[in-house]
Design a protein around this ligand. Structure first.
Ligand SMILES: [Zn+2]
Length: 320
């Protein structure tokens, strides 16, 4: 019987390529990446769109109401609570969704006092819009405001601004003070004109305020709390920072005005015993965006006596 040669139809064992796990993994990853490329790009684009929509269209009008209780020893333990709405930087340029929401939320809080710490306007604002916004706000014992740097930069403070504020029923404090008649006690609201543009005079603002008064000082910039001198001030309310306006996770505020990095928003102890509250602000300036930094209204209950528990310690600001 004739035998067939086996050469030519079966390769020698040595010529079969060896399996390389690294190469197999590489090929598999390439195929996987090719298949996922389109969905990944679509997901990234969608996420970017969602963030832009949030920053431009959602957050700027999505107001957060934050409530806090602040103990004021000078009020005395039996004093009635005083409900204060503190808002800052409304930057009113028109009556839109944010302004209408703010009016509804503020009036629903049934405040005793409404205090605005500056930057009432934005470039292109009209007197009628500012007056309409302010005159819709209701409180039991008085509405007060000070000017901020944008009110000067955009010239409202030196043209139609004071008259619009007056017609709205607000009291404009320009280095001056007013006594408030209310059951909580001897309350004085003092206000410095804008410190950023150099229009402030604490000495003038505090003229006539005595040590028996419970004094709430309004200032656009929190920097005023760096040096309150010997004035007997209990609470300082400020804004100006917008809370950063654009904040990134793990990084924080991209930009804050010079001198305000340590007091971006919230409550702070001031050397000498006062307490500083910095509002995150209601509006925007520069660009019409807010990101991880919603517009905020603060409803603050001022209560007589000392806090029952130790307050969480935050930085003490001011000169020693
Ligand atoms: Zn502002």
């Amino acid at each position: 019987m004739e035998t067939l040669p086996n050469e030519g139809w079966a390769p020698p064992i040595e010529s079969v390529p060896a399996l390389d796990p690294g190469r197999i993994l590489d090929v598999a990853l390439r195929i996987w990446a090719r298949r996922l490329r389109a969905p990944t790009i679509a997901l990234c684009a969608l996420s970017a769109c969602a963030l832009v929509v949030d920053a431009l269209l959602v957050e700027p009008d999505w107001i957060e109401v934050r409530r806090s209780i602040e103990y004021v020893p000078a009020l005395g333990p039996n004093a009635a609570d005083l409900t204060v709405v503190h808002l800052s930087d409304p930057h009113v340029a028109r009556i839109g969704k944010r302004e209408r929401s703010a009016v509804a939320l503020i009036n629903a809080a049934r405040p005793d006092l409404i205090l605005i710490s500056g930057d009432l306007t934005l470039r292109g604002a009209r007197a009628a819009d500012l007056e309409a916004f302010l005159s819709a706000l209701r409180s039991r014992y008085g509405n007060f405001a000070v000017f901020g740097n944008h009110d000067y930069w955009d010239r409202a403070a030196t043209t139609w601004g004071p008259e619009a504020v007056r017609l709205s029923g607000f009291t404009l404090l320009r280095n001056s003070s007013r006594r408030v008649l209310c059951p909580a006690g001897r309350i004085v609201v003092a206000g410095v004109d804008d410190p950023v543009t150099g229009h402030d005079s604490l000495r003038q603002a505090m003229r006539g305020v005595t040590r028996r008064d419970v004094c709430i000082l309004l200032s656009h910039s929190p920097e005023i709390a760096q040096d309150l001198g010997n004035w007997d001030i209990d609470i300082v309310l400020a804004g100006h920072t917008h809370g950063g306006q654009v904040r990134l996770p793990w990084i924080g505020a991209l930009y804050v005005p010079p001198g305000t990095r340590d007091t971006i928003e919230g409550w702070f102890d001031v050397r000498g015993g006062a307490r500083l509250h910095v509002s995150q602000g209601l509006g925007w300036s520069g660009f019409p965006v807010r990101f991880f930094c919603r517009p905020r209204l603060d409803v603050i209950t001022l209560r007589g006596g000392r806090p029952p528990d130790a307050r969480p310690s935050r930085s003490v600001i001011g000169q020693s």
